[in-house]
Design a protein around this ligand. Sequence first.
Ligand code: SME
Length: 150
Amino acid sequence: MSDKSEKYALLQKQVASLTAGETNLTANLANTAAAIHEAFGFWWTGFYLVEEKQLVLGPFQGPVACTRIPYGKGVCGTAWQRRETVIVPDVEEFPGHIACSSASRSEIVVPLFREGEVVGVLDIDSRELATFDAEDAAGLEAIAALLFQA
Ligand code: SME
């Protein structure tokens, strides 16, 4: 098992136990963002939640961020529209990328599903290029599934 997949396996256990018995979504998303952020030392780790036709900033760790992202805009709005994880190795190469922080170089966005509907996204930014790969996608999708019943 790679270092990274071991970390994700541990994180999944940690998130499962942090959220067990807690029904408050804000509390669960806040602790999950903190757990992921601490485990990997990412630049920004957080959630956006769907409110009508926008994503609205939810619990996160890292510098202040944009509060609202329209459907189909930026990496977050694109993951929502495509209903699939989007990995961006170099944000400068992604047309329409929304730069909340100029330090951000690569990004992954995982949609969150409840009863087949996208209810939000998990967004992670890195200060390095090409930080995220299929292993991150699988690890983060498993964490998303723990938080929302797909
Ligand atoms: N870069 C994102 C916006 C959110 S921030 O990175 C926290 C995007 O293009 O959707």
